[in-house]
Design a protein around this ligand. Structure first.
Ligand code: SAM
Length: 250
């Protein structure tokens, strides 16, 4: 029986391709990719020539059955997505689940992932966090989803498309309050990597002032509700202390 390798690819900077990822891609019999043309270019860059197999989100179930029989025949297969770690807001869950059910070994390689990259530099609590993937594209559904997360105490991480970032920040302000702290991580690992940091209102103003900041790939990291409440509590306590001291002073 073959084995399924989960192989992360860079999220922008090709130098982030790991040595082990290259080694596995060079050794497997087949590479299952979200978009064979896109991944084909990456393989070409690394001078790898391998048979490829398309695995989109919409045909994953049907294609998974074919991959399972190939694995059972003894082929080893690497799963890649367009960028970053497969299965993270990308296809792969169905095939991994099918492998688990069929008793086929799944070997994950660690590597680039936009959510972890953004979180590691956001400066918000990382001891616990909550990855929400993409918010719904429809405004009402998006606001419903945000309202359900309003009191979530963990740091929140979202993926967002540049087409919706302005609308999503407006909804964040409406649902979480314009003062909630947010970090917008853009174009990670690329030439124009940028972190926009501040309240939702401040980051929204930065985007409005410079349309270039609305472009590219982005991750939104939002302070959890509890973190803010704690900070507010501390501030209020400090203010009360100051007031007490003032009353005592001549
Ligand atoms: N599997 C990928 C991963 O491990 O990060 C995520 C795939 S998801 C379809 C694509 C989204 O990831 C983008 O819309 C963006 O939110 C985020 N993303 C990917 N690359 C990024 C980058 N270089 N900078 C910021 N965000 C990125």
């Amino acid at each position: 029986v073959g084995c399924l390798y989960i192989v992360p690819t860079p999220i922008g900077n090709l130098a982030d391709m790991s040595e082990r990822a290259l080694q596995v891609l060079a050794e497997v019999d087949l590479i299952a990719a979200e978009d064979t043309r896109h991944s084909g270019q990456l393989l070409q860059h690394f001078a790898l020539h391998k048979p490829m197999f398309a695995l989109h989100e919409h045909n994953e179930r049907q294609r998974a059955a074919t991959l399972i029989s190939k694995l059972q025949e003894g082929q080893s297969i690497a799963l890649v997505s367009d960028a970053g770690t497969p299965l993270i807001s990308d296809p792969g869950y169905v095939i991994v689940q099918a492998c688990r059910e069929a008793g086929i070994r799944v070997v994950p390689l660690p590597g680039a992932c936009a959510l972890i990259t953004a979180l590691s530099a956001a400066g918000l609590p990382t001891d616990r966090f909550c990855f929400e993937g993409f918010l719904p594209a429809k405004p009402q559904q998006r606001r419903n989803a945000l309202n359900a997360l309003k009191v979530e105490p963990r740091t929140l991480v979202f993926y967002e498309s540049p087409h919706r970032i302005v609308a999503t920040l407006a909804d964040l302000g409406q649902c979480f309050g314009a003062e909630r702290h947010v970090v917008l991580a853009r174009e990670l690992t690329k030439q124009y990597e940028t972190f926009l940091v501040g309240s939702v209102a401040e980051v929204a103003a930065k985007l409005a002032a410079d349309p270039n900041q609305q472009r590219g790939e982005m991750v939104i990291v939002v302070a959890g509700a509890q973190a803010q409440t704690n900070a507010e509590q501390e501030l209020n306590q400090a203010l009360q202390t100051v007031q007490l001291l003032r009353a005592e002073l001549p």
